[in-house]
Design a binder for this molecule. Structure first.
Ligand code: BDR
Ligand code: CA
Length: 312
């Protein structure tokens, strides 16, 4: 099985990504490193533990990480995810404890311990933990097999400012460091995640399953409310699960290997992922920038795997 560490700020869509990974025998989740993002760290680390328990995995190491971006004040997204970050379902207070040690140390130690090129990082929140680990221990960078992250937007512009996507906007300096690190990078921007929209039939199918399916249905209902009120659109974008789905079924996705730079100084464009889609800059490609997904197959995969969790 492919070894991964999920770096996360749950978040309803983070929860679905984590559940998909834990349901999938092709993937071995070594642990979760938790970061502040959608809501502050005291919520995200608690949410991460609740998700593990829901999946029947109280043994999974969950490490709390950075409380604030490298250089900026934390920006949160309660307007999308609710006060706790996981509004929509009331889960029991988690009994499992946090794993000892800071998430950044967990990242460094795991990458140093495991065989070089055998651990994939899956960041689905702001990139603060990953950038801090890379800064503190540059020797781990060539040991990373691959980074598959959710973040950025180009054709689909922004969701937190007119030009920036939330994860990158919250910590653009961290994103800049990760995009310049030289580690192989696959990026799931809003361009693809806004094509992974839940349908009523899919949500009701989830609700008809067991405890896990019901939680997913209520989370996506909560998450969808924001897009409906804001954009009048139907369906919740399942951003973060795109990363795990790509690991499982890369053939469902299309994109281009191009240069992507992070704007860290722009007055109006802070946190923008400047994607050289037409390769006009002459800059060296550093990322596979995904643009489309076969949504029906993506949702069928989720139904199959979440169903497996509920049958366990
Ligand atoms: C990203 O930001 C968060 O709101 C979601 O969890 C996702 O990771 C989408 O812009
Ligand atoms: Ca997230």
């Amino acid at each position: 099985a492919r070894k991964i560490i999920i770096d996360t700020d749950p978040g309803q869509d983070d929860a679905v990504a984590i559940l998909l990974a834990l349901a999938s025998p092709e993937i071995e989740v070594l642990g979760l490193s938790v970061v502040a993002g959608n809501v502050p760290l005291h919520h995200t680390q608690r949410n991460a533990r609740m998700i593990c328990e829901l999946a029947g995995r109280p043994d999974l190491p969950v490490h709390a990480g950075c409380e604030a971006p490298l250089q900026r004040k934390l920006v949160t997204a309660e307007h999308v995810h609710g006060k706790t970050g996981l509004d929509g379902v009331t889960l029991p207070e988690p009994a499992m404890a946090l794993a000892p040690g800071h998430a950044v140390d967990f990242l460094i130690e795991t990458l140093r311990r495991e065989k070089p090129g055998s651990v994939t990082l899956v960041p689905i929140g702001p990139l603060t933990n990953i950038a801090t680990a890379f800064q503190r221990a540059p020797d781990i960078i060539p040991r990373v097999q691959e980074i598959v992250l959710m973040g950025g937007a180009y054709f689909e512009v922004g969701n937190i400012t007119p030009t920036a996507e939330f994860n990158i906007y919250v910590d653009p300096e961290a994103a800049e460091l990760v995009f310049a690190s030289g580690a192989p990078l696959t990026v799931m921007p809003l361009d693809v995640t806004h094509r992974a929209l839940t349908s009523r039939a899919w949500v009701e199918g989830m609700r008809a399953m067991g405890r896990v399916g019901q939680a997913v249905a209520s989370w996506t209902d909560f998450f969808e409310r924001y897009d409906r009120e804001k954009y009048g659109s139907h369906g919740a974008p399942l951003h973060d699960p795109c990363t795990i789905a790509w690991l499982l079924r890369p053939e469902l996705f299309t994109g281009r290997y191009i240069n992507v730079e992070i704007e860290t100084r722009g007055e109006y464009t802070l946190g923008m992922t400047v994607a050289d889609w037409w390769r006009v800059s002459g800059r060296t490609p550093n990322a596979t920038f995904i643009r489309d997904v076969k949504a029906d197959a993506f949702f069928a995969l989720l139904t199959e795997r979440i169903g497996d969790l509920d049958r366990r």
